[in-house]
Design a protein around this ligand. Sequence first.
Ligand code: AMP
Length: 355
Amino acid sequence: MGEARIAPGATLGILGGGQLGRMIATAAASLGLKTHVFCPDTGPAFDVAAGRTVAAYEDEDALRRFAAAIDLVTYEFENVPGRTAEILAGLVPLRPNAAALATAQDRLAEKRFAAGLGIPTAPFRAVESEADLTEALEALGTPAILKTRRFGYDGKGQVRIHAGDRPGEAYAHLGGAPAILEGFVPFTQEISIVAARSPDGAFAAYEPCLNEHRNGILNVTRLPAGIPPGVERRAVEAAEAIAASLDYVGVIAVEMFVVGDDIVVNEIAPRVHNSGHWTIEGAETSQFEQHVRAVCGWPLGATTRLGRVEMRNLIGDEIEGWAALLAEPGAHLHHYGKARARPGRKMGHVTRVSR
Ligand code: AMP
């Protein structure tokens, strides 16, 4: 489907019912849009959307009914099945497009794509068997990281391999799924670029943020990132080249490592991103509003940062501190309303901005 002429009053379809969908829907409502969430399970986004479908992504009838009820569709997670994207894209504008989704879903396709644009990545090899892994380890050395090509998130679906480790055990750990071996990148910092691109090619990036992980999960994001201006420029240029090459529409996040005075691209997320949550209170325009503006073909908002910012995830039972956070002047609490706090589950976040 080609051009969408979207105006307030239209209905934005959202695939995925998690907290990212919830925050997109809230931003969409502020701009006069209605939203309809489609997800196999109910989740945080269902509490804030007028339209709701609980159905499998493979349910073609449900997808057709969904498409008939919306004016365009976006997604809040990158594991939307290719066939689902294809069906919907034939009925309503799908933004970001299916090719962007396909590239970002597969770590191997993603790395080949970035490398093809001349953007540095970790050295990598495709691994489909134990023999491939042995060969790849000979080429890349140790330490190295074996990752599943698909469905990895928050450090899941990956295993580190050190000198002396048995390749067979590492390969078995991933259950024989198609994988990629990456050489270990000796980075000093992890940053991400959150940016938006419009259907007319306009591009607007937030400044890079510094990300700290704990147990493979984003723990804290801080700004300013305190990286040299040259590195910051390289990071934004890489994100812009990626978005332009994918003919991308919407918010995109590119996770990168800082190595010396350059960047290495680790991962492309074709969606709003946890490391962009700081923008709700910390920037002129939030990433969620920016995503809505971009997918609707509306003017992008200013990405100016409003002060020093710290965004902290509330993981597992950390959410129990919600009342104390509400009592803290200047702490902006976001509670995702999830019923059960499992270890490692993102339950909310808190942002502090000092001006
Ligand atoms: P990922 O799932 O690719 O985002 O990886 C999770 C975390 O593992 C990253 O945030 C890094 O801290 C680390 N990591 C991933 N890939 C590499 C690599 N090639 N070299 C060094 N560290 C890595």
